[in-house]
Design a binder for this molecule. Sequence first.
Ligand code: NAD
Length: 492
Amino acid sequence: MAKNTKKAEEPVRKNGLFEYAPAPESPAAAGDIATSYGHFIGGEFVDSSGSEALKTVNPATEQVLAEFAQGTEEDVDRAVAAARKAFTDWSALPGSERAKYLFRIARIIQERSRELAVLESIDNGKPIRETRDVDLPLVAAHFFYYAGWADKLDFAGYGSNPRPLGVAGQVIPWNFPLLMLAWKIAPALATGNTVVLKPAETTPLTALRFAEICRQAGLPKGVVNIVTGDGRTGAALTSHPDVNKVAFTGSTPVGRAIAKQLAGTRKKLSLELGGKAANIVFDDAPIDQAVEGIVNGIFFNQGHVCCAGSRLLVQESVQDEVLDALKRRMDSLRVGDPLDKNTDIGAINSAAQLARITELTAAGEAEGAERWSPACELPGAGFWFRPTLFTGVSQAHRIAREEIFGPVLSVLTFRTPTEAVEKANNTPYGLSAGVWTEKGSRILWMANQLKAGVVWANTFNKFDPTSPFGGYKESGYGREGGRHGLEAYLDV
Ligand code: NAD
């Protein structure tokens, strides 16, 4: 009998594991993206007074998604005037009435969360798994949370009948576009302020879609205004004389420039800036759990996270064990199409950010650190960077001191808890830290010693609207989230 020589098709395997079948989300779920956008001022979509337009691209394909206006000083002026006009009635509304609008916005965000998650992934490059499961639930949660405060401000600890500040000028970065918008707009509105918000120039689309949601919610005109553009538009907003409060999230150099600009004025300022967090693993830590936390700490959102655990401090006695397990885990990370539900690491947000990561990692090698990445294929078009690990890093290396803001981990070692604290605090930043150990007393001792706004114990990158977030030192000042987040928008 003739033997059947045809072999069954071999399943694709990597490292002995079956490959995942693609599970693509539909880009059409993002809804209609216009070819060009103006600003959202006084409840209307309006053209810019200038003619300059910028383009936003899909970082995973480099395709242009839309053009949007480069806001001029005149545009900013119009938006601030609209916010000022709306302030009179908005601030006079009873808190319970303001809350109704915020609850409505929160519910619409939930209803439209798939659309917003897909749009965010397309504009930002972050994996749909994260926009769907992290960004969007947190965005809605922020609006729900601050809606709850709107009629309880008398009990927030700032005296009875605390007053809003007026018009808030808010400037946000590109790493969590809609979430940073929520962090800014929800507490501002709950406390009776009106806002002009400028999204980042590489990710304006979800903020413009949010403008539609404000209309859908029937928010009074002028309470929220969105002006797009780059740093010039941002500077026009933060320096505008009729803005009472400036809230900025972004890089430390720009934060420093804004602080100088505002010195001597009566504007209230909060700054959420960069970070270089230590993720500290002790020898008694549950290693597998710690490895998951290390991966989440630095590879979540491509490492474009201000509080990323970008410095791993591992106790010398478990260094080999941790690094072996970490490399095995990194080997299983899937880098690629952000709209594939299996993707762990999406695209780098822009060519400029990719160039910065490339430059800093080259400096790491030049300074003598040892570089390792898993073998993984990267897509042809778009901006990509392999998850990367540096060992043999000293505290003087640039990769241990400067914020890389990409999927790059620098590994240092320590022997004693005191040495871990000294190394962790040896940074100009102070936004977050992680501690992995079985000892509760050590967690409390470390949390007291670490100069960081947030210390996570046996977990990392956990966010909740009820919990204040903010930095020490060059990571900024002021707190967002929780009851503390109300203070930034109240005349206390
Ligand atoms: P960036 O400072 O370059 O830009 C942030 C925003 O500021 C953008 O909207 C930009 O257009 C605007 N801007 C630029 N120059 C300005 C100026 N002179 N005046 C006013 N606005 C100006 O930062 P980025 O590269 O977009 O974001 C990455 C940085 O943001 C990282 O350092 C990161 O750590 C930080 N970040 C911090 C937090 C936090 O909560 N601490 C959260 C997210 C990001």
